[in-house]
Design a protein around this ligand. Structure first.
Ligand code: 2P0
Length: 339
């Protein structure tokens, strides 16, 4: 029986993905840029067998009618399609998928990114596809857009492209950074990113401006990374995050992901800057805030921001590896650690 295990980490975007040009292929309206994290891993095993597709998530066997099982099944259909194109005899096989998330699921810590990056890597290996990094990124994108960036080591730019072939992420050089995660609420968010993006495209009057400014922000961000200009990277990151929340807030009916506690963290970060500590804040489709800093300032910033975290502690994160196959012993260790 063929099986493979892979691990991937979430990523946090400095220039965000928010809006699709093609819903079916998950082609975004603009490019984005992110850092892959070194913690909150997803470890996924795909084992081919003759029974129906099945999903075990964090130790719970999900029903085949569960939306997560169906989304994984639809993704496996894409993998089987690739296997068929290559004439592989695995093309008809179903798969048992076992996945363990070490981070909070659906709380803005990008579990769908690490999840589909790990699944793309494990499934492509189990089905015998030998994909290079670009093709693996394209495949992960079909599961969840941001997953194409979690395939990539350290820092990734997702080129929006205009087709399945041209929409993928690749590594870019950037100065060494730290991220400080301030988890103000770990519960699941009320509006999924997917639904929020659709509502924004359909009802936000600022959507056109969002698309244009995102492309501009990405170009500027790529330049700032090439120049290793931390200050500019930070300024673009924070302004761009506020613009994303602004375009989302302007929906009808309004959508609001940030909570009062989130704004307290943005204020505390501004105060740190006023006191000479360079830090900049961003937030995804949820209330949690992630702060970027130079590595040497991270512990001090985490100390200052811990009081805003639900559990009293802000967590320092560093650039991590892209999706990769792991051996069975490592996988058992990961499962044991969360059991
Ligand atoms: C990002 N987010 O760039 C942005 C910022 C959330 C806010 O990518 O519909 O879960 O599966 O393609 O990848 C979340 O979007 O959405 C996301 P789908 P996904 O990180």
């Amino acid at each position: 029986m063929t099986q493979a295990t892979a691990r991937a980490y979430p990523n946090i975007a400095l220039v965000k993905y928010w809006g699709k040009a093609d819903e079916a292929l998950i082609i975004p309206v603009a490019g984005s840029m992110s850092m892959t994290l070194d913690d909150y891993a997803t470890t996924t095993t795909v084992r081919l067998d003759d029974a129906a597709d099945a999903l075990n998530l964090n130790g719970t066997e999900l029903d085949h009618t569960d939306s997560a099982t169906q989304r994984v099944g639809a993704f496996l259909d894409i993998v089987r399609g690739l296997a068929q194109e290559r004439g592989l005899d695995t093309a008809a096989a179903h798969a048992q998928v076992t996945t363990v998330n070490e981070g909070p699921t659906a709380a803005g810590m990008a579990s769908s990114a690490s999840g589909f990056a790990a699944l793309a890597q494990a499934a492509s290996a189990a089905y015998g596809l030998d994909l290079d990094t670009r093709d693996l990124s394209r495949l992960a994108r079909r599961g969840s857009g941001s997953a194409c960036r979690s395939v990539i080591n350290r820092f990734a730019v997702w080129h929006a492209g205009d087709s399945d072939e041209t929409s993928y992420a690749e590594e870019i050089a950037a100065p060494d950074l730290a991220m400080i995660a301030v988890t103000v609420a770990s519960g699941a968010k009320k509006v999924s990113s997917r639904a929020g993006m659709r509502a924004t495209a359909a009802t936000s009057p600022f959507y056109r401006a969002w698309i244009t400014t995102t492309e501009e922000s990405l170009n500027e961000m790529v330049r700032a990374c090439a120049d290793a200009d931390f200050t500019r990277i930070g300024e673009i990151t924070e302004a761009h995050a506020m613009r994303m929340h602004a375009v989302i807030n302007a929906c009808e009916p309004p959508i609001r992901y940030l909570a009062p506690a989130s704004y307290q963290v943005f204020d505390a970060v501004a105060e740190l800057r006023a006191n000479g500590v360079e830090a900049y804040a961003t937030a995804d489709a949820g209330p949690n805030v992630v702060v970027i800093s130079r590595p040497e300032d991270a512990e001090q910033i985490a100390g200052a921001l811990g009081q805003y975290a639900e559990n009293g502690e802000a967590k320092v994160l560093r650039p991590g590896p892209g999706a990769h196959v792991v051996n069975a012993d490592d996988a058992a260790d990961a499962a044991g650690a969360t059991a």
